[in-house]
Structures are given as C-alpha cells and as structure tokens.
Design a protein around this ligand. Structure first.
Ligand code: ATP
Length: 266
C-alpha cells in the first residue's frame, strides 16, 4: 500500500501525549497506519520517537490520548497484553539472553508472545518450536540457531531480535533503529529482511536515522521534532518540505538524499 493509511487503519493514534514531569516527550500526536503498510519515522535526537514506541508497546503508558489496534483500545493495557494483541517490537540496543542459544531466545518469543503462561510449568510445545524455527528461517539465521547469542556478530544479533519479535506472530512490528552501526552491505541485508516481513503480511513502523533505509522501505514517512509531527507524507515529498530540510536533514544531507532519490525514483 502506498499513500494514505487504509480506510480502517490497523493502528490509530489520536492526540497521544507522553510527559515525564514537565518534559512533554510526545505531544498531541495523531496518525494512522494501514494494514500491510510500512510507516517510517525520522527526526532529530530527542524528538520523541522511541518514547512513541514505549507508549504504543505499553512499556511507558501514554499520559494523554488514545491508541487503537485493529479496533481494540490498547492505551492502558499492560505490555504483555499489547504483545498478545499483536504488537511486537525490536530495540535500539541488542536485547536478548546472551547465555542462551539463538533458538532458545526465539523460543521465548514464541512461548510467551501469544498467551499468558505460568512460568513454573515452562514447557514449550510443538507450536512454539515450529513458530521459532519459522522465524529463524525467515530472518535467514537458521544455521546459527545453536550458537550462543552473546557470541554472535552484531548483524546476526539484530536479525535475532527481529526473529524473536516475529515468533510472537505480530500484526504490527515496531523496529527502533534496526540498522544503527551496520555497514552498507549489512544495511542491504536488513532491508531484505524487512521486505520479507512485509511480504508475510506484517504491518511495520520503523524508526531510523539512515535515510537510504528509511526512504527505500517506507510507504509513508513521518518526521517528528520536539514530540510533534512536522511532516507526514510520501518519501518523495520529504525534500520539498522546508521545515524538514531546515530542522532535520540540513542542506548537505538534503542534497545527498536528493541525488539518491533521483537515481532510485526516476
Ligand atoms: N524515561 C524517561 N524519563 C525522562 N525523560 C525521558 C525518558 N525517556 C525519554 N525521555 C526524554 O524524552 C525526550 C525524547 O526522547 P526519545 O528517546 O523518545 O527521543 P528519540 O527521538 O528516540 O531520540 P534518538 O533519535 O536519540 O533515539 C528526550 O528529551 C529524553 O531525554
């Protein structure tokens, strides 16, 4: 899907705000994400992007507004309820259990990500094992499944985080700076992974500073600044927006991005 969010959006945020004491990290933010869409979010450091993910995923609930997923108001739900409702997330820094194998990490997502579980009876059944194996396969790391997570290279750890999220079988995947610190070739590898996730029918919101990644993958882009939306629209319109160029991209980055867009969009 390109252009506007679908008539009935998968995710709808209305007047969402999040304050930490006197600091309004997210202010009166409204936007929709259509099923199957990739919404890219950019903006300067401290703009409130990660806080928005904290709020949607319930780790740090909104102080204002409403968040509706597939018709269900999840604004005040606990993180595990939101995960069970179909929202999964990856983090800026590697999250995972270092001493466990890659497969065991993904199995945690498959086991706990769908339903409430009683920890004392922890025993992953066949469905969880199948979901874990399918996620490892989808992210192209099945051959590293028995490696200890803490010893995996940075790219594999990022793919593993994505596999753990996918093992929860989400409707919506939130990805926070998935290519930070990667080489250009590794960025291409993650792009392929994101395309595979989209092709599987998962809706995606991704935060990223690497503009090539953001512009290539996103159906629509939202730029935040001081907790507010300063742009929402097609990637090709980004450079026409004076405020975006002035407060976020700067002249040099804009020119580089323009020549990159001209070479990829005709
Ligand atoms: N738990 C918290 N307590 C207090 N202030 C916080 C908390 N989390 C974030 N903030 C503040 O909220 C603002 C937005 O931070 P946030 O991490 O959401 O920005 P960001 O756009 O994700 O930045 P970056 O691109 O650097 O990751 C910042 O001023 C930050 O210091």
């Amino acid at each position: 899907m390109t252009g506007d969010a679908a008539a009935t959006p998968l995710l709808s945020c209305r007047h969402v705000g999040k304050s930490f004491g006197a600091l309004a990290a997210v202010r009166d933010l409204s936007f929709d994400v259509g099923a199957g869409e990739i919404l890219g979010i950019g903006g300067p450091n401290g703009a409130g992007k990660t806080t928005l993910f904290e709020v949607i995923s319930g780790l740090n609930p909104a102080t204002k507004g409403a968040i509706v997923l597939d018709g269900q108001d999840i604004t005040k739900h606990a993180p595990e309820q939101i995960c069970h409702a179909g929202v999964a997330r990856t983090f800026q820094l590697n999250a995972g259990f270092d001493s466990m194998t890659a497969r065991e990490n993904v199995l945690v997502g498959a086991y706990f990500g769908r339903n409430n579980r009683a920890v004392p009876t922890l025993r992953a059944g066949r469905a969880a094992h199948e979901a874990a194996d399918a996620a490892l396969e989808m992210l192209g790391i099945a051959d590293r499944a028995d490696k200890v997570t803490g010893k995996l290279p940075v790219l594999d750890r990022k793919l593993l985080m994505m596999a753990s999220a996918m093992a929860t079988k989400p409707k919506l995947l939130l990805m926070d700076e998935p290519v930070g610190g990667l080489t250009a070739r590794e960025v291409d590898r993650v792009m392929d992974a994101v395309r595979a996730i989209k092709a599987a029918g998962v809706t995606i919101i991704l935060i990223e500073h690497v503009m090539r990644f953001l512009v290539r993958l996103s159906d629509r882009i939202m730029i935040m600044h001081h907790g507010e939306k300063i742009f929402e629209g097609l990637p090709t319109k980004l450079l026409d927006d004076r405020t975006v160029v002035d407060v976020y991209l700067g002249q040099g980055a804009s020119e580089r991005l323009r020549s990159f867009m001209e070479s990829t969009h005709g």
